[in-house]
Design a protein around this ligand. Sequence first.
Ligand SMILES: [Zn+2]
Length: 116
Amino acid sequence: MHEMGIAEQLVKIAMDAIPADIKDPRVKILNLRIGKLASVVEHSLTFCFEIITKDTPLENVQLLIESVPVKIHCNSCHQEWEVDTPMFKCPDCEEGEVAMISGREIEITSMELVDE
Ligand SMILES: [Zn+2]
């Protein structure tokens, strides 16, 4: 289950981002952006978070996940498309090399702490 490794990394990033001057911090909400091709199963990720955040400031954190569409960019005609699966050829000029510009990201956009 690769969600465990992802959860561990995200927890580490979130913990590092908590301001050091807050006493007994509690994180309420973690806003995430996850690409459709990152193959993250949302409920698995939530489950992993529940396990590894026990007794940490992130215990019972709520994950708000924004799903990021897959976008490709053609290096020849410079058009961009949203696609459902990775494409390796430009759908328009059919010659251009395409680059995937989004769809694999796993990142924290913001987090909200509990106000004491
Ligand atoms: Zn093209």
